[in-house]
Design a protein around this ligand. Structure first.
Ligand code: HAM
Length: 436
């Protein structure tokens, strides 16, 4: 049987046109985060298993990691996320780093998930993290960064919404307001995290199953369901509304509004899967229901760096996957037209002139042209066809007469128009065309 040409399940091959798109996405992102002073870092794709056992959240470690034992009997994980790694890196240089530290990366991550729209097994994830700021200014800056990235892709505010919650408010709600013990609170928290993936009835039944008879009698389930429906901080029961964590959320919304970000709102069902979050958490969703998974998510995690035995560092960050970004841009027709990086295709009218033609070809490149040379020796029309298939805009013909006179026919393959010019003039014409 012939070998399959398909890539591994849930992973993608990047053919040049796919890679070109990825490069465009990442370079737009890189330019935008640089405006805020974020610097790129990287790390190995493999990490020791212990790194994730500490505080990543059960589902990821138990069900979604690619784990193997290496030849030296070490348990190794292919990174499912970047947050433990970047925390390790900051902890290693805790003493010498100039805080606040602003770092970003775009690692490829692996999670053993069921491949579906917006979720694959390998994805690339922009991680932007700010270390060393305890105040809300940190969360504010990161959401402004998110907003700027959307702007860089020409997205409008009505195309996405930012949901916010606060882990401290969730804790106060579950432990004090509902009166759950810590084990119950953890279970209900995980259940809320999955709420949007199940029916109302299923959510109710599973929540009810976590409660004790006396809690049921006291109407805890109804209190829980009531709060889950709330869409505004001001509609929360007074005890929750007056809690410092709710006030922080209101301040956050005010700060965002001051930056012109009005598509953010409080969502009591927003949990974020990971156990390491300690304060404000956020997720961004496409307003088009075709893309129903979170595009990006993040929040404050003040405890991770300290796990490495150094003094803790208050931290906020987010992760934004390339799959959800691409789906979003496609849905809203914001992807740029596919364009080849080749400016001009050299059609060799006689391959025996290959050596003689080198000077001309080199001079095109030295003047900033991306030049692909057809050295197949095929007939000219076959060479042109190949250029056309690649959507290259210009073909330049090189033959004995052309080399002698220093004048070359340049054909615009989009319009069919052909004219003879000097190399200098040709370069100017192609540069003009590029700018359009
Ligand atoms: P996360 O919510 O697991 O957070 O992932 C963040 C984003 O990465 C998601 O919203 C989604 O866009 C993308 N993503 C996650 N899993 C997949 C997948 N299987 N396929 C495609 N895209 C995916 C984190 O990973 C946190 N470590 C983010 C963070 C950074 N928090 C603080 N700093």
């Amino acid at each position: 049987m012939a070998l399959s040409t398909k890539p591994y399940k849930g992973a993608r091959d990047f053919y040049p046109e796919d890679k070109r798109l990825q490069t465009y996405l990442f370079s737009t992102i890189r330019k935008t985060v640089a405006k805020f002073g974020y610097e790129e870092y990287d790390a190995p794709i493999l990490e020791p298993l212990e790194l994730y056992l500490a505080k990543t959240g059960d589902e990821i470690v138990n069900e979604q990691t690619y784990v193997f034992t290496d030849r030296g009997d070490r348990e190794v994980v292919i990174r499912p996320e970047m947050t433990p790694t970047v925390s390790r890196m900051v902890a290693a240089r805790r003493q010498e780093l100039p805080f606040p530290v602003r770092w970003f990366s775009i690692p490829n991550l692996w999670r053993y998930e069921r491949p579906q729209r917006g979720r694959l097994r390998e994805h690339w994830q922009l991680n932007v993290d700010l270390f060393g700021v305890a105040g809300l200014e940190a969360e504010h800056e990161l959401i402004v960064v998110v907003d700027e990235i959307f702007k860089a892709f020409k997205a409008k505010h009505d195309m996405y919404e930012i949901k916010l919650n606060n882990r401290k408010l969730v804790d106060h709600f579950l432990l004090d307001y509902l009166g759950l013990d810590s084990v119950q609170a953890h279970s209900v928290g995980k259940l809320i995290d999955r709420k949007n993936k199940m029916s109302e009835a299923m959510f109710e039944a599973q929540a009810d199953a976590i409660l004790t008879p006396s809690q049921r009698e006291a109407g805890v389930l109804n209190k829980l369901l009531g709060v889950m429906k709330i869409k505004k901080l001001s509609h929360l029961p007074e005890d929750l509304r007056e809690h410092d964590s709710a006030k922080d959320l209101q301040k956050m919304l005010d700060l965002l509004a001051a930056s012109g970000i009005t598509n953010a709102h409080y969502d009591p069902t927003l949990m974020r899967g990971f156990d390491y979050y300690t304060g404000i958490v956020f997720e961004v969703f496409d307003t088009n229901p075709e893309n129903n998974r979170a595009m990006l998510g993040g929040g404050r995690y003040d405890g991770l760096v300290g796990l490495f035995g150094v003094e803790p560092v208050p931290t906020v960050g987010f992760g934004w996957g390339d799959v959800t970004l691409q789906n979003f841009l496609e849905t809203h027709e914001l992807l740029p037209p596919k364009k080849t990086p080749v400016d001009v295709y050299v059609v060799m009218l006689d391959l025996n002139l290959y050596e003689k033609a080198q000077k001309t070809i080199a001079s095109l490149r030295s003047m900033g042209m991306n030049v692909a040379v057809d050295m197949t020796g095929r007939k000219a029309d076959k060479q042109i066809k190949s250029a056309d298939k690649q959507a290259i805009a210009f073909a330049l013909f090189i033959g004995a007469k052309e080399l002698e006179e220093g004048v070359f026919n340049l054909k615009n393959l989009h319009t069919g128009h052909e004219e003879a010019h000097s190399i200098e003039r040709i370069v100017t014409m192609i540069k003009d065309h590029r700018r359009k």
